[in-house]
Design a protein around this ligand. Structure first.
Ligand SMILES: *Cc1c(COP(=O)(O)O)cnc(C)c1O
Length: 404
């Protein structure tokens, strides 16, 4: 049996690496879009574990899938394949452009696989000179050293010694700078089809279309990082499906497992053929427990009524945020798509996103920030109208308290 003794927030400071600054309360139970902490205080969850808990907490389809698999087989290693992994891979190829799937355990690892595949493909097909990875400022691709270097915030990759080379950062939504910069040396362009961590920034139609055309022109691969946008978040199963632009490689994680760690890299048969036996791998990647849960999540999220429901909920969120803003003008703009929404603060409120997050917490509401000027909402894709109404009432009280 696990040791039974009371832990509190103090223990974090004693024994945890201080790379996070968690809130004081410690949640112990979640159901749907509600969470309870150690003291029994209840919260409405508009954060969803940063775009992870796409079916809310402890959704019965996830709980059932996990319990059923827990009594079958937990782990095999990739020396053998397993049924949940095969079923999940089938499902992902049926619902996307991809023919092939590589399983990992996180978004960063899915991106690491995407980047390694792009480099390997270019080297095999065009030679070692074709190695440049182009990505965008404010972009976020994870925390492994390669992915964090490709990410567009130097502060995250500085201070760890020599960085992986041949990585170029350009401005998002600036097609002419990309056109100027791209060459036959460009191996791949990696981008989020809606920047999440970078502040909820949508691509313009011209930009996203233009990136695809430039990639084709220069024989470069287009990698969409859909770790945050994927699995129904924007109202399409993958965001690219709503943009009319198809990537060559796509990474997915976060909502894929609905709260169970899993990531995947999706691609075409032609590209996948370049990751031959022994070129890449992962001990836990494709783990039966993770894949069984993800299979249940994907089966649920791809239902037309769930995807349509995301668009309906986006409307409810936008209307409620506009109504709060009419009483207490703090937002300049509500942006994003589906249930990946950002409320960008106006001139007078610059830098105060975290103040709103903390005030919301006091009122029993969990929200997120994206940078210092955007309050971010990534709730369950199936959150009830009543939970949205209650959460918005709490957000209004929180803003009223700090509004002056
Ligand atoms: C969260 C995120 C990642 C990193 O995922 P991890 O599972 O934390 O490794 C990568 N890309 C994007 C766009 C993300 O939002």
């Amino acid at each position: 049996m696990a040791k039974e003794y009371k832990v509190d927030r103090q223990v974090f400071d004693e024994v945890m690496v201080p790379c996070y600054a968690p809130m004081q309360m410690i949640p112990v139970k979640g159901q749907g879009a509600r969470v309870w902490d150690q003291e029994g205080r209840e919260y409405v969850d508009f954060a969803g574990g940063i775009a992870v808990s796409c079916l809310g907490h402890c959704h019965p389809v996830m709980v059932d899938a996990l319990k059923a698999q827990a009594e079958q087989i937990w782990h095999l290693s990739n020396v053998m394949t397993n049924e949940p992994a095969l079923r999940l891979a089938k499902l992902l190829t049926e619902h996307s452009f991809a023919d092939k799937v590589f399983f990992a355990n996180s978004g960063a690892e899915a991106n690491e696989a995407a980047l390694k595949l792009a480099r390997r493909y270019a080297a095999d097909k065009f030679g070692p000179e074709k190695s440049e990875i182009i990505s965008f400022k404010q972009g976020f691709h994870g925390r492994t050293f390669f992915t964090v270097t490709v990410g567009g915030q130097e502060a995250y990759s500085d201070g760890f010694g020599p960085k992986p080379g041949a990585v170029t950062h350009l401005a998002y939504n600036d097609l002419s700078s990309l056109a100027e910069h791209m060459s036959e040396r460009t191996c791949a362009v990696m981008m989020e089809p809606l920047q999440g961590e970078g502040g909820i920034v949508s691509p313009t139609p011209e930009f996203i279309q233009g990136v695809r055309e430039l990639c084709d022109k220069h024989n470069a691969l287009l990698i969409f990082d859909e770790v945050q946008t994927g699995n129904g978040r924007t109202g399409d199963f993958y965001a690219y499906q709503g943009l009319g632009v198809t990537p060559d490689i796509l990474s997915t994680a976060k909502s894929l497992g609905g709260g169970f760690p899993i990531g995947a890299m999706l691609t075409t048969s032609e590209l996948a053929a370049h990751l031959k036996i022994g070129t890449h791998g992962s001990t836990y990647g494709g783990n039966p427990l993770a894949c069984a849960v993800a299979e249940a999540v994907v089966s649920e999220v791809t239902k037309p009524e769930v995807l349509a429901g995301v668009k309906q909920r986006e409307q409810w969120f936008r209307e409620a945020l506009e109504a709060i803003n009419a009483k207490y003008p703090v937002f300049a703009e509500i942006r994003g798509k589906g249930l990946l929404l950002g409320a960008a603060l106006n001139e007078e409120w610059q830098g105060r996103a975290r103040d709103i997050l903390l005030a919301a917490g006091e009122e029993g509401l969990m929200v997120l920030v994206a940078g210092t000027n955007v309050v971010r909402f990534t709730p369950s894709l199936v959150i009830d109208k009543a939970d949205i109404d209650e959460g918005m009432a709490r957000l209004e009280r929180a803003i009223a308290k700090i509004y002056s």
